[in-house]
Design a protein around this ligand. Sequence first.
Ligand SMILES: NC(=O)c1ccc[n+]([C@@H]2O[C@H](COP(=O)([O-])OP(=O)(O)OC[C@H]3O[C@@H](n4cnc5c(N)ncnc54)[C@H](O)[C@@H]3O)[C@@H](O)[C@H]2O)c1
Ligand SMILES: O=C(O)C[C@H](O)C(=O)O
Length: 337
Amino acid sequence: MVKAVVCGAAGGIGQPLSLLLKLNPLITELSLYDVVNALGVAADLSHIATPAQVTGFLPPDNGAERALKGADIVVIPAGVPRKPGMTRDDLFVNAGICATLASAIANACPKAFILVISNPVNSTVPVFAETLKKAGVFDPKRLFGVTHLDIVRASTFLATVLGKPQDAPKYKVPVVGGHSGVTILPLLSQAEPKIPSDVLGDKAKRDALVNRIQFGGDEVVKAKDGAGSATLSMAQAGAEFAEFVLQAAFGGKKSQRPVQAYVYLGAEAGGEAVKKEIGADLDYFSVNVELGPNGIEKILPIGQIDAAEKELLGAAVKELGPSIEKGATFQPAPPKL
Ligand SMILES: NC(=O)c1ccc[n+]([C@@H]2O[C@H](COP(=O)([O-])OP(=O)(O)OC[C@H]3O[C@@H](n4cnc5c(N)ncnc54)[C@H](O)[C@@H]3O)[C@@H](O)[C@H]2O)c1
Ligand SMILES: O=C(O)C[C@H](O)C(=O)O
């Protein structure tokens, strides 16, 4: 029996993500929580003939905690998306929503795997961690900032540059750092299969590819022209990442290869080696991790990077530090009496 919850289930990401989770045979119970329309989305999905039993919840009568009660995995795409001209940091208004949901998780399902999609991920993950710490239930092995869309984009854009767009699933590019602009650090030198030297060694081609991976989100924001940001590709990436976590925990399938997520790097999580590699005392970074029944089993080293990547790492670290600090020191407004 596996219970999954989507918080923000009626939104642009939430609806297709909930659909994809409804199709996941490992999930037997699916709770959909949102401040609007969660009952409608749940009624609609509940007619699909798959094992997961779907229920919708709205805020009245402590709806968030009722939705979350006993959950094994919680996926969170709640909060506002970007409009053209905005940075992800402009979405820090979502911090309050994240703190509220983290408190509800601490009460209702403190052992759940928590997958944070809400932006700015670089700051909202520290908001979750600090709220869970205050409640005494923080487990760094179970908290993930979902940066998997950057991995999906890197495969697609690399295959396109190489003139083999249909081979996108074959290309694996580690993407480390954070989830916004220059904090997104694609490690092209570690791509598999190896990138031919006429692309990797051509500065203009390489810079263009790195830039497209770093600013892929902006392409969608621009194309949607005020109607939001990536929703369908994010739903697919979120469902795929949830599947990695679920398979490792409940499916008896240890991940064949490491997956990447924005995770806590404190000593108790085993992230000290990565801090040394990046030469900075950052408490969060997107890295390769190995998953097992209890979540993150091992934070893996970044490994060898080349001179161009070292330069990009400097820029990523510089921007990440203040974003992490902003999330970690966030004070939610006291509840209105
Ligand atoms: N991590 C990533 O790679 C990634 C990718 C795309 C989008 N995002 C982010 O995901 C978030 C959602 O994007 P979207 O396009 O689905 O937005 P959206 O506006 O379409 O949907 C957001 C949903 O959250 C709900 N919501 C608001 N406050 C809530 C609360 N307190 N509790 C529960 N639900 C609440 C809204 O009612 C809405 O249904 C944004 O912050 C966006 O920037 C992240
Ligand atoms: O670009 C955005 O604001 C949404 C998301 O972070 C993305 O990468 O698509």
